[in-house]
Design a protein around this ligand. Sequence first.
Ligand code: NAD
Length: 273
Amino acid sequence: MSKWSFPTGDLMKGKRGVVMGVANDSSIAWGIAQQLAAQGAEIAFTYQGENLERRVRPLVESIGMDTMISADVTDDASMDAAFGQIKEKWGKIDFLVHSIAFAGKEELMGSMVANTSREGFRRAMDISVYSFIDCARRASEIMPDGGAIICMTYLGAERTVPSYNVMGVAKAALEASTRYAARDLGTKGIRVNAISAGAMRTLSLAGIRGGKGLMSTGRDWSLLKEDTSMEGVAGCALYLLSPIGRSITGEVVHVDAGFHIVGVPEISDGGTA
Ligand code: NAD
């Protein structure tokens, strides 16, 4: 039973693609996958190692899919094998969802200047940024008829956010990578975009010191005075990956109830009254 409800239809009928980054039933990748499936997409899921398989398999089966492939984005052999299996199964794909990031707990607290080690920086950039470039290359090689690729980012790429630290640096690089990939792949008919989602309750958020505060501030300062919804994020993914997102590429679309445009929240002398 899904925690969310997604509109059904045919927008993705006949389209096949890869969703990377489902860890559990709160993962953003899982919300996006359900929305794409509800619109007729056929999906191959990659997951990070055997430990996650037990948690992810029932989810995948609950939407009538069965293609699950282990893929560690830091391991070239694992990535070769994963994309090899996808090519063998389908020959070509139409879309790819990259919903993967990681930084160590020690990096996601306190001072960015004090707490970012060389190894921590390298790991965050490798898993959260290089993996996207690598996936875009691998996916584009099996998109002979064009396609669409998305990744997930956050406001911490553009503005400073407490504890987000090296992940903000990585997201800035991810957004730049989105634009360069869009440039490189445009002539192949492949669109590349990023969704900048507001803070959402997932495993990744739990790894950030004060993650709950990012959610409550995101809600309280937002224009809509609400949490970012999985339905909104997944709907945006559907829009960017389906034919209705035609002509849109190299874009970072904010889905955060308007939080990103607020410079100063409501003021007590009635500035917005
Ligand atoms: P999540 O923890 O459910 O997903 C993160 C995924 O990254 C997991 O599936 C994990 O297995 C995968 N991953 C980490 N290292 C990997 C590796 N070496 N190889 C393969 N996979 C690996 O959390 P989420 O919040 O759904 O995160 C998904 C994306 O959304 C991330 O890019 C995150 O930065 C982004 N995002 C999250 C929020 C939020 O508030 N939760 C907001 C904006 C953007």
